[in-house]
Design a binder for this molecule. Structure first.
Ligand SMILES: [Zn+2]
Length: 118
């Protein structure tokens, strides 16, 4: 295939990488998976994930900045939901398909930096 470098939009590619960075943390993925089942309050997520509130809040701030999670006030609570549920669910399904197709070899890759193991 004759593929000109100019065809590749570097800025768009960097934005792709940012998106996958946002999805690259196990806690953030777990939050998204919980929200995929329905709306949660912050304290629901803290309880369901069994993590410190400060940890959950830090990751929620990231997901909200990234535009992946929406928040609305309800009384004294904040109710969280997926900001773009259909494409995000499709992306997670595609990731499962990709893992099935590749035999989940990513879990064996020694080049990947896994912050949770640090
Ligand atoms: Zn949950």
């Amino acid at each position: 295939m004759n593929h000109l470098v100019a065809d590749v939009d570097a800025a768009a590619t960097a934005t792709y990488a940012d998106l996958f960075d946002a999805l690259s943390d196990p806690t953030r993925l777990a939050i998204l998976q919980h929200l995929a089942t329905g709306e949660h309050r912050v304290r629901d997520l803290v309880e369901h994930l069994g993590l410190a509130q400060s940890t959950v809040s830090k990751h929620l701030a990231c997901l909200r900045d990234c535009g992946l999670v929406a928040a609305r006030p309800e009384g004294r609570s904040t109710v969280l939901s997926l900001a773009a549920a259909p494409p995000l669910a499709a992306l997670l399904r595609a990731a499962e398909d990709l893992l099935a197709a590749t035999g989940a070899r990513v879990s064996l890759c020694t080049h990947l930096v896994r912050p949770e193991e640090g």
